[in-house]
Design a protein around this ligand. Structure first.
Ligand SMILES: [Zn+2]
Length: 258
C-alpha cells in the first residue's frame, strides 16, 4: 500500500473525476490519499470529499498565498472544521517568497495561527515553503521554543542542512514529482539522506507531474509511484520496502489509514 500525502483533489481540474482517479490509484496500490485544502471553501470541500470515499482524509487550513484574502470569521471556521472526524492535518500553511501575493507579515501571522491550532487539536501541520527555506528553518526553530512541532515539510526542495534542521525539530520530509526531474540531482541527494522513519511521498496534484509525464496536466495520485520509484533507486532499496516505510510513516504522522 502507498499513501499520497498531498493531493488537491478539490481542484477544478480533478474534482469531477474523483471516482476514476481513485480507481486508477488503487490499481497501483495507492490506497490512502490526504486531500489538502488552501482556504475555507476547499477545507469544506476536502471534508465533504473525504466523507464520500474511505481512502480519503482531509486537511483544513489557509495557504500562505491566500492568507491575505481571508475574510473575518474564516479562521474561526477553520478552527471548528479542524475538529471534524475526517480531518487529520492542519494546512497547508507556511511561507512563500516566490509569488508575493500576500505580505510577509500576514503570512507569518497566519502560519502562527496554524501552529497554535495544530497544538490545540493535536494534528500535524502541512508546511509549504517556497524560495525561503533557510528563513523557514529559523522561523520553525524559534517557534519550537513554544512547544514541540508536528508536521511535514511538503514538496521539499531545500538543502541537506535545512532537511537536517527540520528532522531535528521532529518534522517529516515529503517529496513530490520534482525529485524525478532530470535536473534535480540535488533533491535526489537530499532524498537519499532522510532517515527511514521521516520520509513521505506525495503528488501535490494537479501540479508537479513526475517524469516521464512531466508537463502533462493534471497530475494524479496514481503517478506517485514514479516518485516512489526514483527515491527507492537513490536509496538503493526496493520499491516495495520504500512503500512500506513511507506508508508506516504516514499512518504514524496522520493517525489514519490503519
Ligand atoms: Zn499543495
Amino acid at each position: 500500500m502507498i499513501i499520497d500525502t498531498h493531493a488537491h483533489l478539490t481542484d477544478e481540474s480533478l474534482i469531477d473525476q474523483v471516482p476514476q482517479l481513485l480507481s486508477d490509484a488503487a490499481a497501483v496500490d495507492v490506497r490512502g490519499i490526504l486531500v489538502v485544502a488552501t482556504d475555507v471553501r476547499t477545507s469544506q470541500a476536502c471534508i465533504q470529499l473525504s466523507e464520500r470515499h474511505r481512502e480519503l482524509r482531509a486537511s483544513v487550513g489557509i495557504h500562505p498565498n491566500y492568507s491575505c484574502q481571508a475574510n473575518s470569521g474564516d479562521w474561526e471556521l477553520i478552527e471548528s472544521l479542524a475538529k471534524h472526524e475526517r480531518v487529520v492535518a492542519v494546512g497547508e500553511t507556511g511561507l512563500d517568497r516566490y509569488w508575493k501575493d500576500c505580505a510577509w507579515e500576514i503570512q507569518v501571522e497566519m502560519f502562527r495561527k496554524h501552529i497554535r491550532l495544530s497544538r490545540q487539536v493535536n494534528l500535524p501541520l502541512v508546511i509549504h515553503t517556497r524560495d525561503c527555506s533557510a528563513e523557514m528553518l529559523r522561523f520553525l526553530q524559534a517557534e519550537s521554543a513554544g512547544g514541540s512541532l508536528r508536521g511535514v515539510m511538503h514538496s521539499f526542495t531545500g538543502s541537506p542542512d535545512v532537511a537536517r534542521g527540520c528532522i531535528e525539530l521532529g518534522l517529516y520530509i515529503s517529496f513530490a514529482g520534482m525529485v524525478t526531474y532530470k535536473n534535480a540531482d540535488d533533491i535526489r541527494e537530499v532524498a537519499s539522506q532522510i532517515p527511514d522513519d521521516r520520509l513521505l511521498v506525495e503528488t501535490d496534484c494537479p501540479y508537479l507531474t513526475p517524469h516521464p509525464f512531466r508537463g502533462q496536466r493534471p497530475n494524479k495520485p496514481a503517478l506517485v509511484v514514479h516518485t516512489l520509484q526514483t527515491i527507492a533507486e537513490v536509496r538503493q532499496v526496493s520499491r516495495e520496502l520504500l512503500a512500506a516505510q513511507t506508508t508506516i510513516n504516514a499512518q504514524r504522522l496522520f493517525g489514519a489509514w490503519r
